[in-house]
Design a protein around this ligand. Structure first.
Ligand code: ADP
Length: 301
């Protein structure tokens, strides 16, 4: 079964003609509240995309507030197991305030809230979920020590570890030695390696650097170009599907969830990336974060 560890955020999104400047109060054209956060998006992707007899656990901390309860209910409907989800008293659910201008520019403020309470000590309370896992999928929106401990604990138990190094990391890369599969996008690959990644050739160089840190399989996502794989069994680009993209939020998260689902079913890395490309191509044709993530039946069609 698949174990996801990570963040959950309530994303408050406002659209403006232009971003308000300091001191200015501006009326937004539209407002919406999205269920987001990289960990939660990836857990939802796993749950919607896996086969009915598989199990997805999600270790995550929410606030004991209305949005926390709402997100938890929604995840349970998607088939995520309840054990790993903790509602913490006297702290708010992780929150992001996202301002988007018509020209695509944005300004974002994040309050980690309950996500910051997911400490290594909390993680240890969920040891049983590790004991049964085949794959661990984790990102960098939870405290670094928690990420590090989770990877180390998983490796010790023989679990295949998948790190989506997002948001981009530039320091504290000690934990890379416990990573089996890493999945940066172009920006994140550059932050990790110092190599600017625009094309397949740059991706190859960045992958080389990551292999030198002991990571066996590197998958660099390249947006509408697809994803570059560098692994013992296969090296090359798997092109994206051609779709009309309207909102790329959660594209990478859908990709990561789908990749792990594919691998957990015994797909080759190339087949799993093709499956992930197909799933995330659907996500970019829809607005929103978790609500944009497709179900298995849609990807099969
Ligand atoms: P992130 O969302 O983390 O920045 P990418 O932009 O690299 O990651 O997108 C992740 C994956 O989503 C890509 O590898 C690709 O499969 C898919 N994808 C992203 N943008 C498009 C697009 N415009 N058309 C088709 N697929 C896309």
């Amino acid at each position: 079964h698949i174990l996801v560890i990570g963040s959950a955020n309530a994303d408050h999104v406002m659209n403006f003609e232009y971003l308000p400047v300091p001191g200015q109060t501006l009326k937004s054209r539209s407002y919406r509240l999205e269920h987001g956060g990289k960990g939660a998006n990836q857990a939802v992707a796993c749950a919607r995309l896996c086969l009915p007899d598989s199990r997805v656990d999600f270790i995550c901390h929410l606030g004991q507030d209305s949005i926390g309860n709402e997100m938890r209910d929604s995840w349970l409907k998607d088939g995520i197991q309840a054990e790993g989800i903790t509602l913490v008293d006297n702290v708010s659910t992780g929150t992001a305030m996202i301002f988007v201008a018509d020209n695509g520019e944005n300004a974002i403020g994040i309050a980690a809230g309950a996500n910051a309470h997911l400490t290594p000590l909390e993680l240890e309370k969920h040891y049983a979920l590790f004991a049964n896992a085949q794959y661990l999928l984790i990102q960098l929106e939870t405290p670094t020590e928690t990420v590090s401990n989770a990877l180390q604990m998983a490796k010790r138990l023989g679990i295949t570890t998948v790190l989506n190094p997002a948001p981009a990391a530039t320091q504290e890369l000690d934990y890379l030695k416990w990573v089996d599969i890493i999945t940066p996008n172009e920006t994140e690959a550059e932050a990790l390696t110092g190599i600017e990644v625009k094309h397949e050739e740059d991706a190859k160089l960045a992958a080389q650097w990551l292999h030198q840190q002991g990571i066996t399989t590197v998958v660099i996502t390249l947006g509408s170009k697809g994803a570059f794989i560098s692994s013992p069994g296969f090296t090359g680009l798997i092109p994206a599907l051609t779709v009309q993209a309207i909102d790329t939020v959660a594209a990478g998260d859908t990709f990561n969830g789908a990749l792990v689902v594919g691998l957990s079913e015994g797909m080759s890395i190339a087949a799993a990336v093709s499956f992930a490309n197909a799933a995330s191509a659907i996500t970019v044709t829809r607005e929103g974060a978790q609500r944009a993530i497709p179900y298995r039946s849609e990807v099969s069609r």
